[in-house]
Design a protein around this ligand. Sequence first.
Ligand SMILES: [Zn+2]
Length: 338
Amino acid sequence: MPDTDPSRSRTATRDVILAVDVGESAFSAGLITTRGELIDRSIIEIEADVGPQSHFAGLASVVLHQRDQAARHHDVRVRAIGVSCAGEIEPDCVTVSPAHITAWRSFPLAEHLHELTGLPVYGDLDGKALALAEGWLGAARGVPSFAAIVVSASIGGGFLIDGELLDGRTGNAGRIGHAIVEPGGRRCHCGARGCLDAEASGLAIEAITGRRLDEPTWDIMRRTGRLVGRAAGMVCSALDLDLVVVGGRVAESFAATFFNAAQEEIDAVARVGQGAAARVTPSRLGDRAALIGAGAIGWRGVRRRGRTRPVPSRRRPAEPPLSVNVPVEAVDLPDWDT
Ligand SMILES: [Zn+2]
């Protein structure tokens, strides 16, 4: 449903990113200004048991609605599409394989979105999107080094280190969901046993308990927090971090019980360096975090393309063209990694 607030559109700068979130239970799209304002959004539930093209048809409906909203109601220009998606992905969401949408395996999402709109498409993992969003406008604003974790249908993460978002060799840096938190535990879809994703993700909790996520017991909420805290604490020690921002529907709905357990476990396992002072905090951007993160991914992509010549990639068959020069200085983002 559209969430339009005309009064906010008057403050929007002229250019926006059309942000797309492949969320746990819904596809959403919105318009993100250079200052990170979410001026409009649409959402549609992800259908169960449909094919890949039917999923895309649902996503396309909210994307096209937002493109129309930009022109008709906000008088803004859409510069690019930014996508936040659960892993696995190829860089810029050339293909995506989110664990909870089984019909999408190596689905060419960027190509579909580009064919739909003609816009450049930049995409990244939901955990990295959360890190950018919270570092830009949320709970880690102004903090140069921290970890972000999404605890949702699956578990992902993103690490901002000395102002740089870690990408890794294939763009999938941040896979905290595959930290082993229960040695010998449940088999993970990656093949290992006891991964955080196999023990504490939304899909795992439902499989382990046989209960719906909205009917958790106190023990389930505590255990989930403890396991996320265990992985987070190890990361804080390894990377010398003292802040972990956690978002995602599971963490948000388990609330204080989850966060208290996570903090206790971090205190127990992170004992050196900055890690010894590490604290865990909820996402401050709530249900706007994913779209603001997708917007940040879009602006990051636009800015990078504006500063460097595109490098031909053997991995990427057809890069969407950027039709105009980019006024990169107009984008009010932290100087992440330029
Ligand atoms: Zn795993």
